[in-house]
Design a protein. Structure first.
Length: 413
């Protein structure tokens, strides 16, 4: 069936991504009598699912406690608290497993299909939609939305180089960070938080990390404008990445955007060691008799810092032996190791996952139903909302949860 043949729908879902599919499947499974249509502007649905997690799709995270789960969302955590008590990662796991897509958990909590292939997830969603009788129209873009005089909506779409008009009783917008949709929403009276990127790497040109691409430190603390994160740090060709940096980028996404991605990053290469603790260990190294004639550069005081990084961090000491290092130099070393300042000069791309913060103002959405508080019979799910999580499967989880909640109500006509 093509949409040129049918113009009246019970439910239209704009956006064939994870949020749109989850809502459509839930709605159609609960009420098989309804005509449910997904319109998708791309030639294939679920594009991001396919490329996600480096082609493996990090479906969710093994965090099954809603109160803890919300701490992984720089924006939207509070609003998702109740939503996660209704549908959380455990439910996601059951949902996919009951349809033959088994998930596994990695050491850091990220959950992937056992096949390590994102197509498993995309196919599972497509098959579930097909079985539930959801109609899917690719190459169909939402152009405009008008409230109908007797309820419902008239919507304008672009398909096969033509403008078509459709009618629907209920409309769900799950178009991700699409700017056109956000403009449509403004025209309907919604307020929009400006979208800006989240989850990115830092461009840093600094001789202390020059030539060290690929070197990582297991536990560091990074700080920027009173936002602090702990975790692994990876030095890249362009600067710094790794979980600690990515989390910092997510929490500081808006501030960094406003500063045009220029800021000072403070790195404690010794995780949570204080200046005094580091100084004490450095002093012991200097005083230790076996060390007196050994070079600082080739005899690190801390095993957690890889030798090639240590050499570059202590470069200012030159060729000196431990025994010849002055008190002032020891203090400078302690400072370099626990509070090294690095100038961030821009943002890079984290290829495994990227998201946008900003979108529909959460105050204007009822999180029990995902229904608009501004426009009757209008619903939202996924990244179109001002919600974003840190990397690790949290972004898909908010799409599954909000899609599922919306589906529960969309089915009631
Ligand atoms: C490279 C990459 C890797 C990622 N990896 C992960 C991961 O492993 N784990 C994780 O949790 N998150 C990951 N994410 C984030 C995750 O993909 C998103 O958070 C998630 O896809 C959001 O789902 P959504 O359905 O809201 O939006 P989208 O997935 O963006 O889907 C929206 C759909 O709407 C369509 N659309 C847009 N405008 C219109 C319109 N006007 N008319 C009709 N259709 C329209 C789009 O073409 C798209 O198909 C990744 C993101 C990227 C970019």
């Amino acid at each position: 069936m093509t949409i040129t043949m049918k113009n009246n729908w019970d439910v239209i879902i704009a956006g064939g991504g994870p949020a749109g599919f989850f809502a459509a499947i839930r709605c159609a499974e609960l009420n098989p009598k309804l005509n449910v249509l997904i319109i998708e502007k791309a030639s294939q649905t679920l594009g991001k699912v396919i490329i996600s997690g480096g082609g493996r799709c990090n479906v969710t995270h093994a965090c099954f406690e809603p109160a803890q789960l919300i701490t992984y969302y720089p924006r939207g955590g509070n609003e998702l608290r109740g939503a996660f008590s209704r549908f959380q990662p455990q439910d996601t796991v059951k949902w996919f497993e009951s349809r033959g897509a088994k998930l596994k958990t990695e050491a850091d909590g990220r959950m992937f299909p056992v096949t390590d292939d994102s197509n498993t997830i995309a196919e599972c969603l497509r098959e579930s939609a097909r079985k539930a009788g959801v109609k899917v129209e690719p190459r169909t873009s939402l152009l405009g939305v008008e409230k109908g005089q007797r309820g419902g909506f008239k919507i304008e779409v672009w398909k096969d180089a033509k403008v078509l008009h459709l009618q629907t009783k209920k409309l769900l917008l799950a178009t991700g960070s699409d700017r056109k949709t956000l403009e449509i929403l403004k025209s309907l009276g919604h307020s929009i938080v400006d979208p800006v990127p989240s989850l990115f790497t830092f461009n840093i040109k600094d001789k202390r990390i020059d030539g060290l691409a690929g070197v990582s430190v297991e536990k560091v603390t990074v700080e920027m404008d009173s936002i602090t994160q702990r975790g692994p740090l990876l030095i890249t060709h362009w600067g710094m990445s790794g979980p600690a940096v990515l989390r910092l980028s997510a929490w500081g996404a808006r501030e960094l955007f406003e500063k045009k991605y220029r800021a000072t990053l403070t790195v404690n290469w010794l995780d949570d060691y204080s200046f005094d603790k580091a100084l004490d260990i450095l002093q012991r190294n200097k005083d230790w008799k076996d060390n007196v004639r050994k070079k600082v550069a080739t005899n690190p005081a801390f095993s957690q810092i890889p030798l090639n990084l240590w050499k570059q961090l202590v470069q200012f000491v030159g060729e000196k032996n431990w025994g010849d290092v002055s008190k002032a130099e020891l203090r400078r070393l302690a400072n370099e190791l626990t509070a090294g300042g690095f100038e961030v000069q821009g943002k890079g791309q984290f290829k495994e996952e990227f998201v946008t913060c900003g979108g529909v103002n959460l105050k204007e959405v009822d999180f029990k139903t995902m229904q608009s508080r501004v426009v009757e019979d209008l619903f939202f799910a996924g990244e179109v909302l001002d919600i974003d999580g840190i990397t690790g499967g949290f972004n898909f989880q908010s799409s599954w949860t909000t899609g599922w909640l919306a589906g529960n109500i969309l089915c009631k006509q």
